[in-house]
Design a protein around this ligand. Structure first.
Ligand code: PLP
Length: 382
């Protein structure tokens, strides 16, 4: 096969495909003279709410802020416990700590790497205030189960949906079964702006108002303040996101199509492939395989011009210095989280990746796998 370079992200391709619309949207903001809390931000919020099927959307500065401002708005803070997982991006736990609460980690279902809902109840104490399921890699956590446990124990549910905008469960939408859902618009995400951005969506108008106040120095009215922060989604980003949101379902379909190609091409290998739950719309923000020789495969692919990255190679509770004086608790064993951290490898996946590029990645993985199997059988014969 001829040599190629297959990058991990398609940001620039995506920009080129939408250049006319994006350039026009950016120019409109520049000419408006209104860059923060201006018309484009006001336009984008209801568009996002409509896309998510929620009453409200509040744009903020990042996915991390979306989470901790949601906690703050719900009164979650010092002395409270929040249950989540450890094999997520660091910000999930960080947001809990910024709010002043205790992060409580439970293990994941090894098939999906999402929270194992059978383990949640054992982690609940009188201090528990909320559950934060993460829809890791683009596949929804089992929200019906999460919501039932939350209802039984009178807990809040805040979805960390930085990775699955546009995904769905078998009989639920994301954002439907929780108090709030938080997303990130950093460019690596499936709906990314050209910098930092995030949003909280909710069906609770009081909570939305509270976050609007918190994100703007505690102010809902000019010159009238209570304690708050500065965490607003700029109009430039909002304008770009308005353009991109219209493309998101199509992009997610393309991700799903490329994932099918990976599934078919890698089916006979020794790799563990992603599991899509029946009836779920997994949108493959990341296409993550597992192998015992993750580092070997990553090095091999890189040597062939293919960028493969790890999400996430160190579980939060295994990071050096954990928990850095923060309040944290581990409930039961986190063996599946730790095992996934040691084995995961994300293959190039974005709407703009071509089938030829996917084929190139598959061919190299198959060659690596066969060579590995050959080595193993040779060793066994000796
Ligand atoms: C699961 C998860 N939660 C939270 C975040 C935080 O988002 P941001 O980087 O926009 O703060 C991210 C992404 O970066 C993420 O992947």
């Amino acid at each position: 096969m001829a040599d190629m370079k297959v990058g991990f992200y398609g940001h620039v391709r995506q920009y080129h495909n939408l250049k006319k619309e994006i350039d026009a949207a950016i120019l409109e903001v520049l000419e408006s003279g209104s860059y923060v809390m201006g018309p484009k931000g006001k336009q984008f919020e209801p568009e996002l709410a409509a896309y998510c099927g929620t009453k409200e959307a509040v744009g903020v500065n990042s996915g991390t802020d979306a989470l901790w401002l949601a906690f703050m708005a719900l009164g979650i803070g010092a002395g409270d416990e929040v249950i989540t997982t450890s094999n997520t991006f660091f910000a999930t736990a960080e947001a809990i700590w910024i709010a002043g609460a205790t992060a409580v980690f439970v293990d994941v279902d090894p098939k999906t790497c999402n929270i194992d809902t059978n383990l949640i109840e054992a982690a609940i104490t009188p201090k528990t205030k909320a559950i934060v399921p993460v829809h890791l890699y683009g596949q929804p956590a089992k929200m019906r189960e999460v919501a039932a446990i939350a209802k039984k124990h009178k807990l809040f549910v805040i979805e960390d949906n930085a990775q699955a905008l546009g995904a769905r469960g078998d009989d639920f939408r994301l954002g439907e079964l929780s108090d709030a859902m938080c997303t990130s618009f950093i460019i690596q995400k499936n709906c990314g702006c050209f910098g930092d951005g995030g949003a909280t969506v909710t069906n609770n108008p009081d909570m939305a108002t509270r976050i609007r106040q918190l994100r703007n120095h505690g102010s809902l009215k000019r010159s009238v303040h209570s304690m708050g922060y500065n965490s607003r989604l700029d109009d430039l980003h909002a304008a770009v996101l308005s353009v991109k949101l219209k493309e998101l379902d199509k992009w997610n379909d393309l991700r799903r199509a490329r994932a099918k190609e990976y599934d078919a091409g890698l089916a006979g290998t020794s790799l563990t492939l992603p599991t899509a739950l029946p009836g779920y719309r997994h949108i493959y923000h990341l296409y993550v395989i597992e192998t015992d020789d993750r580092d070997g495969l990553q090095t091999y692919l890189n040597s062939k011009g293919i960028t493969a990255l790890t999400h996430y190679p160190i579980a939060i509770h295994q990071q050096e210095g954990y928990p850095w004086g923060q309040s944290a608790r581990i409930s039961g064993s986190l063996e599946h989280s730790e095992r996934s951290a040691a084995r995961v490898l994300s293959l190039p996946m974005y709407p703009e990746i071509t089938s030829e590029e996917v084929k190139y990645v598959i061919e190299h993985i198959c060659a690596w796998d066969q060579a590995r199997a050959g080595k193993a059988s040779g060793a066994g014969a000796r």
